[in-house]
Design a protein around this ligand. Structure first.
Ligand code: ZN
Length: 505
């Protein structure tokens, strides 16, 4: 590969990533310590950085350099080599960024801002009719966007074009193939578990615990599972999140309430999962595709692996219950690990996605996937959304939301133009289950290690299988290489079935 062209390309990309990483630190600051009245200047700073980044990345010279690198025989001869992998991803991202006219991007942002505002109002007032014209306008704009990006005219649909931003290479058809086998069995698991719910007590969540002690506890858990505090920080904020542009400076945000420790711990382990991935990415590839997470869904698989497969396991609570006692003393003295393990795995029939249990969460996603796909292809009119939502909710979850506020108005995402995004959550769950099952096969004593508070072997396995590769492989290929099997619903169903069997035995 022409070394000069490749080096110049990487200089452009590094510069655009430096701008993005600076923006993310400003964002963390805004979420944690910025005084409220700093918001106006902060949004100007972020807008400027976003514009500079876009200009750097879409510079015509970048297009020329990508084309020059692509002409090199190395692209075919060694498609997984560092330069070839980087160039391949950059081509896709460059096309995505340059195929949409600036005016359309600006219009989507403008309508998204207004629609989000109207959505908040409509949700408060339970007034779908107020939001509907904005949703209709957004869908029309997104169809235009999809047409600019393009999709496979024979086998594809507009949804595919919008998914490229979130899970490159995934089409609605492929997703349907792995989602369909989930529908019935998840519903059956829910039917089986739900009536027994009153048997499960969650006393831990009711106990009031001092915030300082919660802080010390979560720090201890994060450190034990392997989050490196010389290369990362945890700050307090309203919205749990993880910002990880640089493997050597990963910022997590966590939230505390006076009660609900299980909830706080779940979201901490979730963000730690993202954080471990970010810290495990090769720092020498900073900012280039090889130094970034493989995709949104693969990133989500890492957070869900630690949150659900580790953090809600019996083995984890064997280790964690004594830690809990050390940190909180008398307040938690009467709780056993077994009781907390069961409480952490409660299953309930719910109509709100963000309050869903592990068994129902994916049903919420299937519902959104069906409906956004139908709206984009034109087979569902936005004015018919509430009826379609309620019908689907009944079929999938066995419950109808009492009103639109708790039905089709519950999420902000569609107002902001985020279509093609929700399925990354379920894909993340599928990847996580498949990866954890493979890790267990590779390390038959994994549960014993976790029960001893020994997490290094799992982290090392993930480092080799996932972290170190960055974006070298497409998500599906990465998972197949790591687990020895193509993506399927099997591992997730087996995991959930086993959990329900154990907890409700
Ligand atoms: Zn996440």
């Amino acid at each position: 590969m022409s070394r000069a062209a490749y080096d110049e390309l990487i200089r452009f990309i590094t510069e655009s990533s430096l701008l993005a990483s600076a923006a993310s630190i400003l964002q963390v600051d805004g979420e944690t310590v910025m005084p409220r009245r700093g918001a106006r200047r902060r949004s100007q700073q972020l807008a400027l950085l976003a514009r500079l980044r876009h200009e750097t990345f879409t510079h015509p010279r970048v297009g020329e350099l990508i084309a020059e690198c692509e002409a090199d025989p190395l692209m075919d001869r060694a498609p997984q080599s560092d330069p070839a992998a980087n160039v391949r991803v950059l081509r896709r991202e460059y096309d995505l960024a340059t195929r949409q006219p600036a005016a359309l991007v600006a219009e989507i942002a403008r309508v998204g801002g207004m629609a989000a505002h109207e959505w908040a109002q409509a949700r408060r007032e339970n007034d779908f009719a107020r939001f509907e014209p904005w949703l209709a306008q957004m869908v029309a704009l997104l169809r235009e966007k999809a047409a600019c990006i393009g999709w496979d005219e024979v086998r594809g649909e507009p949804w595919d074009a919008l998914a490229v931003e979130h899970e490159p290479g995934m089409t609605a058809r492929q997703i349907e193939a792995v989602f369909t086998p989930l529908r019935k069995p998840l519903g059956e698991l829910l039917d089986r578990a739900e009536p027994h719910r009153p048997k499960i007590r969650d006393r831990l969540s009711a106990i009031v615990l001092p915030i300082e002690q919660q802080d010390a506890f979560t720090y201890r858990v994060a450190e034990a599972v392997g989050f490196d505090f010389t290369r990362g920080r945890i700050a307090r904020g309203e919205h749990p999140a993880c910002y990880g542009w640089d493997a050597n400076d990963v910022r997590m945000i966590t939230r505390y309430r006076r009660t609900m420790l299980l909830d706080t711990l779940s979201s901490l382990l979730h963000e730690v999962g993202h954080g471990l991935y970010d810290q495990g990415l090769p720092a020498r590839h900073f900012g280039t595709p090889l130094g970034r997470g493989a995709s949104l869904a693969v990133h989500e698989s890492q957070s869900r692996l630690w949150e659900c497969h580790v953090g809600r396991s019996r083995a984890f609570w064997e280790w964690c219950t004594p830690v809990l006692r050390e940190c909180f003393g008398e307040a938690v003295a009467g709780l056993t690990g077994e009781e907390i393990f069961r409480a952490a795995n409660r299953v309930h029939r719910d109509c709100i996605r963000t309050e869903a249990s592990e068994v129902t969460y994916d049903l919420h996603i299937l519902l959104r996937f069906d409906l956004e796909r139908a709206m984009l292809s034109g087979s569902l009119n936005t004015s018919d959304l509430p009826t379609a939502w309620n019908e689907r909710s009944e079929t999938l979850l066995g419950v109808q939301p009492p009103d639109d506020r708790r039905g089709c108005l519950q999420d902000i995402h569609w107002a902001e133009g985020l279509f093609g995004y929700f399925p990354t959550y379920t894909l993340g769950n599928l990847y996580a289950a498949q990866l954890f099952a493979a890790a267990r096969r590779a390390m038959p004593d994994l549960d014993d290690s976790i029960a001893r508070g020994e997490f290094t072997s799992l982290r090392d396995w993930l480092q080799k299988a996932i972290y170190r590769e960055g974006m070298r492989y497409a998500p599906g290929e990465l998972i197949e290489r790591a687990t020895g099997a193509p993506l399927s619903a099997e591992a997730l169903l087996a995991h959930l079935q086993a959990r329900v069997d154990t907890v409700y035995a």
